[in-house]
Design a protein around this ligand. Structure first.
Ligand SMILES: Nc1ncnc2c1ncn2[C@@H]1O[C@H](COP(=O)(O)OP(=O)(O)OP(=O)(O)O)[C@@H](O)[C@H]1O
Length: 338
């Protein structure tokens, strides 16, 4: 694993990663347009941490997660997991590495056979990799059910017999089966009631400590991300616009988009929140993104330069990077530069 300047071990390094979808338009005269779902994203994930990824629907969060999982092929860029570039590995090498990276979905069973019992759902990864059978398989499934707070008796039930929270526990048990190092959690609590959400978030925290897991936690809402993350990356139209340590970023957003997300999310001091400028307008069409800074059409602090020049993600203090020509000062709402 790579040592970083901050002396934390990077488990995953995403370098200039892009996914461009070709969209066909028109019946008579076919035209192809390019949709930049993820556009030259750089990210580092450190061992043992939870990196939250937040942004409105369509900003590219799931596409990023799917590329890390190799469910979606990247257009360009690199994904280094423990130093090995996942985009360059052979099928067999990838299969072996893939064991170490698992995913938890919003609906854990959408891609599975509804006639499978919970036992088969959790056992399947172990069977596929030839890691257990017979008594040992049964024991491992029971241990996994207990780890996620479910009785081993539930192994013989079907997913439809469970509540949303219990189903997600089964999904987590399945993701843990291969003893992964990194889990990509894609909106794992978005479909659940708030009280159930906190139970699942607590479970994820307990499991992280017990098994030394690293999480990438993707959500469109800030509260869950704010609860579980150590660091947060904010995405807008396929790009990371701000990244930083959780407390620092939530209390002192530097990007006007982060400020806008925070203005409508009950995650920080209410007094601080009222001073923040709320998000106005809709996300632009990703097929025709605004020139310069893609956020400029909604930015309350927009200046001429923002309409022309695309800001790069640059270091803006300890552990903080921001892609804005005029980052906000601590507390939000005040421009650092005139
Ligand atoms: N297979 C695909 N073909 C074409 N466009 C796609 C495809 N998958 C995603 N997109 C587009 O890429 C952009 C990013 O989508 P993505 O699902 O990654 O966003 P997201 O932030 O996860 O949103 P949500 O929270 O709604 O899932 C969107 O504009 C989406 O319409």
């Amino acid at each position: 694993m790579m040592e970083t300047t901050e002396n934390r071990k990077a488990i995953l390094q995403i370098q200039r990663l892009s996914k461009h979808f070709e969209i066909s338009k028109g019946f008579v005269k076919k035209q192809t347009q390019i949709l930049k779902a993820v556009d030259e994203v750089d990210l580092v994930v450190y061992e043992g941490e939870t990196l939250g990824i937040v942004g409105e629907s369509g900003c590219g969060k799931s596409t990023l997660g799917n590329m890390i999982m190799h469910l979606t092929e990247s257009t360009s860029g690199n994904i280094l997991f423990e130093g090995a570039d996942l985009t360059q590995l052979s099928r067999e090498e990838l299969r072996r590495k893939r064991k170490d990276i698992q995913m938890i979905f919003q609906d854990p069973f959408s891609s599975l056979n509804p006639r499978w019992k919970v036992f088969d759902i959790i056992a399947e990864p172990l069977r596929t990799h030839g890691l257990a059978e017979g008594k040992s398989l049964k024991e491992q499934v029971h241990t996994l059910l207990e780890a996620v707070g479910l009785s081993p008796d539930y192994a013989n039930r079907f997913p439809h017999q469970f509540s949303g929270g219990q189903r997600q526990r089964v999904g987590i048990g399945r993701a843990l089966a291969l003893k992964p190092k990194l889990i990509v959690c894609d909106e794992p609590v978005s479909a659940l009631d708030v009280s159930i959400q906190s139970q699942i978030l607590n479970l994820l925290s307990i499991l992280q400590k017990r098994y030394g897991l690293t999480y990438i936690f993707i959500a469109h809402g800030l509260p869950a991300v704010a609860y579980i993350s150590d660091r947060i990356a904010v995405m807008y139209l396929g790009k990371v616009v701000e990244i930083g340590d959780k407390e620092d970023l939530l209390n002192h957003p530097a990007h006007p988009y982060t400020e806008g997300l925070l203005a409508s999310a009950p995650v920080t001091d209410p007094q601080l929140r009222t001073k923040r400028k709320v998000l106005e307008g809709e996300t632009p069409n990703p097929l025709n993104p605004p020139s310069g800074c893609a956020f400029h059409t909604r930015c309350p602090y927009v200046k001429d330069r923002c309409k022309i020049e695309t800001p790069a993600l640059q270091l803006a203090g300890s552990g903080r990077s921001v892609a804005c020509h005029y980052p906000l000062e601590a507390g939000g709402g005040v421009l650092l530069h005139g």
